[in-house]
Design a protein around this ligand. Structure first.
Ligand SMILES: NC(=O)C1=CN([C@@H]2O[C@H](COP(=O)(O)OP(=O)(O)OC[C@H]3O[C@@H](n4cnc5c(N)ncnc54)[C@H](O)[C@@H]3O)[C@@H](O)[C@H]2O)C=CC1
Ligand SMILES: O=C(O)CCC(=O)C(=O)O
Length: 411
């Protein structure tokens, strides 16, 4: 099932549980604005090449729209739409004053030089600069983008609108980025994992983890799990996968990644088929890469007792049903990976105030927001007798619906 069909299905299920008026339901599903732009740049060899860029602004009832920009060959309008909608529910679950948006360019950043990436980012920004803004739509990093990408957007946007650090989050610290933002999604994933494990009388120490993806989210989540005594026994990225039943040496792996930029060539374990990672024997599985990786084909073989969705929409609805029947606890993306956008909110607040927080304060506030959201979700699960995904969806959708009604949407 494609990402948009899957996201719409989860939304409709939540709307039914909440008994939403059918007109309001329809209006919440339709994106506010969908932008598609052609970005033509000269390659380093002088030839011209074009890439298609998207920004979908889904909803702004609760505040400026917020969400990352992804550079990946599989970026398409349906996926960006689904990701934008998920941002709307995610910011509401985290109870931060934003709506939802997402952007992307269909390209393989690994095939582009740094100067080509810079030109592409600047052209994309030139095409969307009048539709984003501090109180309108605030981009951030996602797959294939990083703090440097945000620095280029900030610089290009500022040429049109004057110096505007709060127009993007996830920036370098030197340009007004927040301490703790780079690690925030991974740290939030670990706070979320601790919250759900505690419900079952367990803690991270000595639990066995399998992790798909070793980029920003996967590598920070791995580090924080290791710091808490968890055993990461299998891990993969686009270049391959490695396993070690006694626990991978995480400091050595992080050093290898820093030196070589990938897992390839790491000697501290046995090489495994990356496709087997999702069905590897473990207690907790954390997908930290692409969407739709858990589907009806592999879900029956999942061995983990907990799936923590650090990636966006890693589980399609058919897999969700299969996992639920097997008794696997799935912690949904719109909560599990909300740590990134939560610290993006702190960064935006710091930029607007012109005041920088200490990292300790950022991380303490992040923990407070993640813990509060978990309890809010659990309360919805209790009221509606539903699983954690529907607990999170009903929480987010209900908050957005209330804001929409208060603003007077039918006039
Ligand atoms: N960066 C952020 O703050 C946030 C990211 N997310 C989500 O987390 C996921 C990962 O994002 P980032 O870590 O930022 O991206 P990234 O670009 O830093 O890293 C992606 C990782 O996934 C790996 N990967 C790609 N294809 C793979 C495959 N077929 N099998 C195994 N590994 C594969 C890459 O090698 C890389 O290690 C995405 O779904 C993203 O939407 C969610 C919330 C916030
Ligand atoms: O930090 C942000 O604004 C958004 C991060 C993001 O794209 C996500 O949570 O999926």
């Amino acid at each position: 099932m494609n990402a948009l069909a899957a996201t719409n299905r989860n939304f409709r299920h939540a709307a039914r549980i909440l008994g939403l008026d059918s007109k309001l339901e329809k209006s919440l599903l339709i994106p506010f604005r969908e932008i598609k732009v052609e970005c033509t740049i000269p390659k380093d060899d002088g030839t011209l090449v074009s890439y298609v860029g998207f920004r979908v602004q889904h909803d702004n009832a609760r505040g400026p729209m917020k969400g990352g920009i992804r550079y990946h060959p599989e970026v398409d309008p349906d996926e960006v739409n689904a990701l934008a909608q998920l941002m709307t529910w995610k910011t509401a679950v985290a109870d931060i004053p934003y709506g939802g948006a997402k952007g992307g360019i269909g390209c393989n950043p690994r095939d582009l030089s740094v100067s080509e990436l810079e030109r592409l980012t600047r052209v994309f920004t030139q095409k969307i600069h009048d539709l984003i803004g501090i109180h309108r739509d605030v981009p951030a990093p996602d797959m294939g983008t990083n703090a440097q990408t945000m620095a280029w957007i900030l610089d290009e946007y500022s040429k049109f609108h004057g110096h505007s650090p709060a127009v993007v989050t996830g920036k370098p610290i030197d340009l007004g980025g927040s301490l703790g933002r780079e690690a925030a999604t991974g740290l939030g994933v670990v706070f979320a994992t601790e919250a759900v494990l505690a419900e079952y009388g367990k803690s991270i120490a000595d639990i066995k983890f399998a992790i798909q993806g070793f980029g920003n989210v996967g590598s920070w989540a791995t580090k924080f799990i290791h710091d808490r005594g968890g055993k990461v026994i299998a891990i993969s990225d686009i270049t391959g996968a490695v396993k070690n039943p006694n626990g991978i040496d995480i400091p050595a792996l992080l050093k290898h990644k820093e030196d070589t930029k990938s897992l390839k060539g790491f000697q501290g374990g046995d090489i495994m088929d990356p496709n087997d990672l999702l069905v590897h024997e473990c207690d907790v599985l954390i997908p930290c890469a692409l969407g739709g990786v858990l589907n009806r084909e592999n879900a029956p073989d999942v061995k983990a007792k907990f799936v923590i969705e650090a990636a966006n929409h890693p589980t399609d609805p058919e897999a969700d049903e299969i996992l639920s029947k097997k008794g696997v606890v799935v912690l949904p993306d719109i909560y599990a990976n909300a740590g990134g956008v939560t610290v993006s909110y702190f960064e935006w607040v710091q930029n607007i105030q012109g005041f920088m927080w200490e990292e300790k304060k950022v991380n303490c506030e992040l923990k407070r927001y993640m813990t509060r959201a978990f309890h809010d979700i659990k309360a919805m699960c209790k009221i509606h007798d539903c699983n954690l995904r529907m607990g999170a969806f009903t929480l987010g959708v209900n908050r957005v619906a209330r804001a929409t009604l208060l603003r007077g949407w039918e006039a």
